[in-house]
Structure formats: C-alpha cells, structure tokens
Write a protein that binds this ligand. Structure first.
Ligand SMILES: *Cc1c(COP(=O)(O)O)cnc(C)c1O
Length: 447
C-alpha cells in the first residue's frame, strides 16, 4: 500500500483500505467498471497494449479495473506480489495447476481436498493428459517423496480441508516440494489470510474460493490465485524474499521444468515471461494466456460484492471462530454425538498444527457424526429451524450439509474415505448469529 497508506501493515486495515485508494474527489467506494472495453485515441496506443509494452485496459476478459482493485486487496492480505480473480474457486484451482502443467506432466496433491477439486484433478485433468498422485498427509516423508516423478510440476493441498477439517502441515510440505524443485500451491479458502498466511510458511501460490468467507454473504461465486513471487521458475528453487529459507532443489539449475514460463511464448511474439516480468511471471502468464484463451473472469459487479465482504472479513472470522469453538465444545459433550473434528478442540488430532499455523483461530466449519444410522443424520438436518441445509459453507448464516448425500454424492465409499470424508460426516458451518441460538437449534433438532 503506497502513498498516504504507506505505513499500513495490519490485515484489519487492509480489509477496509486495500486495493482501491481514492484520491481527491474520487468515490469513497470502489466503482463498478461495468464495461467490456476501454477506449484509445490512436491505433499505436492499442498496439502497444497487445505487445505487452504498455499497461492498460482494453478488454474485460483480460483485465478490468474493478476486478484488479479487489485482486490487489487480496494480494496485500496474503502478502503476495500479484493476484488474479476468477469466476469461481474451481477455475482458480484449475488455472493454478494448468498454468504450469501440460499434457504429459504430473503433480502431487493431498487427498484431503474439496470434492470438486478432487473430481477436477482425478477425472477432468487426466482427460487433458495431466496425471496426479494423491498422497495422504499422514504418511511419513519417504512415502510422500516416492510420489514425486521427474515430470512432477507442483504439490497441492488445502490449509484446512473441506469438509474434513484436516490441517495441512504447510511448512513440512513446502520443504518437500522445494526439495523436488516444484512450488507448493495452497488452497487457503477456509483459513483465509486473516487466520493463516501460507506464504509465511514457504508456500509459493495460494488459491481461494472467494465464494466462501471472503464474500461471506452468499452473493457471488468467485475465485482468486495469488502469486508469492518467491518461486524461481528458472532455477526451480524457492527464493527467500523475507520469510523462510529456500531449500536446494535436486534439479540441476537450467533445466526447463517450466518451459511455459522460461521459454519464448509464440502466442506473444516470442516473449519469455520470466525475463519480461520477473517475480510476476506466473501471474502475468495466467492472465495473458489462460484468461485470454479460456476466459473465466468474474463480472465486475461480483467483484464489487466480494469487496464489500472483504471489508468485514477480519470481524467475521473472529466471530466465526468464537462461535465454532463454543459449538464444538457443546457437540463434544453431547451424548448423541459420535465424534467431532474441529482443530480448535484441545484433544483434536490437528490441534497442534492449528496452534502453529492459526493461533488466532481456524474457521467456523466443524465436521461431526451422530450416533445411529445415516437416516438419523438426515432427520436431524430436516428438523433444524434457522440452521439451513444448503450446498454452501463459510457464510454469515449457520448452515449444514451431509457430503455423502450431497456434494460428494458421485464418489464411492472408498473415494469418500480417500477424500477424507466419513460417510456419516455432517458438515456444520457455524455462522455469526448469537451462539446460544445456534446451540438451541441444534439441540432441539437432535430430539
Ligand atoms: C468451494 C470450494 C472450492 C470451489 O469453489 P467454487 O467457488 O465453488 O467454485 C474450492 N476449494 C474449497 C476449499 C472450497 O471450499
């Protein structure tokens, strides 16, 4: 944040003032540039834009000021050099990997990931010739190392997995990715940068479904990809720009592991992204190649709504975590409840990791199972009053979902377990209502 805001480093203040910084006589609130295109006065001016010689707007599929101001705020919150908004979290997950993988390549991913991402990686990306290996983060280092191949291009994981609530050991997996000369990509949707900043632990790229806490009001579907600028695509090493030390890659420097970034792009007059854009090479390629060819930009109107959500992200996350902690403690003591997975509980398997990566709190999402059958879970949900059954999560309103019957319906029981989802798992997304009302609704529904 430059100019009048140059001393601002607090995330709370960035939530309000990041991105759009109005000057004299400009609107206090971020303007919606609801325009497909932007006008120039000479043909030469426009030609220079297409050659990437000048910066400027020309077509909203590539860049739009409203989208860019919101991306700038998200980049500041994560501590990255650049961010790109997408029309969904799914598009963000896809682009984050596809920007550095092509047919014949391979990547390694945690098996504890969102069901939509699991399908994207396991089915759709395989059809594009991009192979992946799912690892269980609970495996020991040697077993995980064995998943890496000479054509492996990245390692992917979720800070807190949706819906299981497992916490990913970012520092450990960043080290392992860097040993193999590849970046670590983290989906930070559930923690949000308010509670965890993966770049501080060695992650290289962060993705978000902004549909969730960042928006927080269920108004728009969107995604974001943030580039730390710390991965050197030429030497294939993580460069220390202030946070953690870089590990030496096993790859000899000079290998073209990421030719899309380090060799001339014929579709851009032979420009080489790493040479032309340095630490912003990854983000620039993502916009000028993937957005150009595949689209998936958010509507400026949606980015405006997202920005309003971001203005209160810090307040909402604090309340989500306080409420979820109380609800998790209540569930744990309830005789009708078989098990509770919430990393804020001291007895939880992921408690120590949560304390390390998210000392201020994790998120509002709790996974639990009821004693009894699958039908008992379903009738519990049907009896809820204001707690709603929705295919949504991480929202101001408390909501509930049974992944085996809903979001993960297309997975077999074995695939469910592989994705870290027990068949009896109920995902409870604790909102920011009065916690006593939330508990009362759960209590009456348990009968
Ligand atoms: C919802 C979600 C996604 C997909 O995002 P959409 O905005 O629904 O496309 C990806 N990752 C996580 C962790 C999510 O919760």
């Amino acid at each position: 944040m430059e100019d009048n805001h140059h001393r601002v480093t607090s995330l709370d203040t960035i939530c309000i003032h990041g991105g759009w910084e109005p000057k004299k006589g400009e609107p206090q609130q971020l303007p919606i540039y609801q325009s497909t295109t932007f006008r120039y006065e000479t043909s030469e001016q426009m030609a220079r834009l297409f050659d990437l010689e000048d910066e400027g707007y020309f077509y909203t599929r590539l860049q739009n000021p409203t989208n860019d101001f919101v991306a700038k705020k998200i980049a500041a919150l994560e501590g990255g050099v650049a961010a790109v908004l997408t029309s969904s979290g799914q598009a963000a997950s896809f682009y984050s990997v596809f920007n550095i993988c092509q047919a014949g390549d391979h990547f390694v991913t945690s098996c504890n990931i969102y069901g939509g991402t699991y399908n994207l990686f396991n089915v759709t990306m395989r059809k594009l010739g991009i192979d992946c290996t799912f690892i269980d983060p609970d495996w020991d280092d040697d077993r995980i190392r064995a998943a890496f191949r000479p054509n492996t291009k990245c390692f992917f994981g979720e800070t807190i997995s949706n819906p299981g609530g497992n916490v990913f050991d970012i520092e450990r997996f960043a080290r392992m990715a860097h040993e193999h000369g590849v970046p670590l990509i983290i989906d930070n949707t559930f923690a949000t940068p308010i509670n965890c900043r993966p770049f501080e632990w060695g992650a290289d790229i962060v993705t978000h479904s902004t549909t969730k806490y960042m928006d927080g009001h269920a108004t728009q579907v969107g995604g974001a990809i943030v580039d730390s600028g710390n991965f050197d695509w030429v030497s294939c090493t993580h460069q220390d720009h202030g946070a953690t030390a870089g590990a030496a890659a096993t790859t000899a420097p000079g290998i073209e592991r990421f030719p899309g970034l380090t060799t001339p792009d014929e579709s851009y007059h032979g420009l080489t992204y790493t040479t032309a854009f340095g630490r912003k090479a990854y983000a620039t390629k993502l916009v000028s190649q993937l957005m150009r060819d595949l689209g998936s930009i958010p509507a400026p109107q949606n980015s405006f709504l997202l920005n309003i959500g971001l203005e209160t992200l810090h307040l909402r996350m604090q309340r989500h975590c306080e409420n979820a902690q109380r609800v998790a403690e209540w569930l744990e003591k309830n005789p009708r409840v078989a098990w509770v997975n919430y990393c804020g509980l001291p007895g939880n398997k992921y408690h120590a990791l949560a304390q390390k990566y998210m000392p201020k709190g994790s998120c509002g999402v709790i996974a639990f199972g009821l004693k009894g059958t699958r039908e008992d879970a379903i009738s519990f949900m049907d009896r809820l009053h204001f707690v709603s059954i929705v295919t949504h999560v991480a929202d101001a309103r408390t909501c509930v979902l049974h992944p085996a019957s809903h979001t993960h319906r297309q997975l077999s029981d074995e695939q469910l377990r592989e994705a870290g989802v027990a068949p009896d798992l109920i995902r409870l997304s604790v909102g920011i209502e009065d916690v006593n009302d939330i508990i009362a609704d759960l209590e009456q529904a348990m009968g």
